[in-house]
Design a protein around this ligand. Sequence first.
Ligand SMILES: *Cc1c(COP(=O)(O)O)cnc(C)c1O
Length: 388
Amino acid sequence: MSELYPARATVDLDAVAHNVGVLRERAGAAEVMAVVKADAYGHGLVPCARAALAGGAAALGVAQPGEALELRSAGIGAPLLCWLTAPGTDLAPLVQAEVEVAASASWTLDAVAAAARAIGTTATIQLKADTGLGRNGAYALPLRPGARTDWADLVQQAAALEAEGVVQVRGVFSHFAYADAPSHPTVRAQQEAFADAVATAEGAGLRPEVRHLSNSAATLTAKGAAWDMVRPGLAVYGLTPVPDVGSAQDFGLRPAMRVTATSVLAKRIRAGQGVSYGHAYAPSAETTVIDVPVGYADGIPRHASGVGPVQVRGRRLAISGRVCMDQFMVDVGDLEVSDGEEVVLFGAGADGEPTAQDWADAVGTISYEIVSRIGHRVPREYVGASGR
Ligand SMILES: *Cc1c(COP(=O)(O)O)cnc(C)c1O
């Protein structure tokens, strides 16, 4: 089947397991929850979840209920946290599957309690505090000095449900706004606000066994923020969340994804021939161009027009002209090439090929976006034994 698609993403599951090992070491006594949302950042949900567990992850984290149930359907029974549910979602399947639903609001606690009562079980849940990200989570900062917070209300409601026996609050957590800038003042302020939020929860009688705050960047740069668990995503896949602080290699991380495509045509064109839509590129002399059959529908950013780095026969080159929906062109000069040439888009970088970070730099984004948007027409192929 996969030969019917001209590009592929090879994912090294041993790299995933290795990276979890690196993160475990960084986390000290804290456990690792490997974040596998968004199809494991484009690397493949189930295989990467298994590899992360094989590498020593104690738990998995996802954003959406569908992702959580997909893991359970695959037979993965590890502790699993799901933090983005919409009002109106029937949480019973999640409670039944022993997925820990994260509550950011009162409605979530109501819904999870209703599901637990209907099933006749105690739902294990976690509570999410907004300690200053200004996104998901119950707001844990007072609107005015001394004012009662949304967080205080949420923990009180949760404590009442615990007393009734319908929920058990296993964890409390929050998320950083600026962990990628370790010296930013909000990093410290959020750590303090999280300590206050934990104290509020414990003051209400909750005894959360896992308290966690650190994403990849904080796991790698802010040791004091690890609490009982860290929650890295990007670094699990071997990419650096803080390219200005350290490369993947500096942290001992191994990029797990390598994307290659087989070109479909090589041809000589004359001097001045515009290449691809809008003729944004025109060689000044006769040259050879190759047609690479992946485009923005496959997650190659259109912003990579003229700049996206590739490697052909060991040589670093760039996309020539515009990225189209299904293809882009590369001027290879007088390089001897065949029609069906292997083109490396990105990989670990060990053989001079571009990395996902190089792509991010070239198009002005973050490596998260490069890997997670690689599309369905790029079949994932797995190498490595971890988790199989
Ligand atoms: C995505 C996400 C993470 C992982 O973040 P990385 O920067 O990829 O390590 C952790 N926690 C929450 C709540 C997230 O949404």
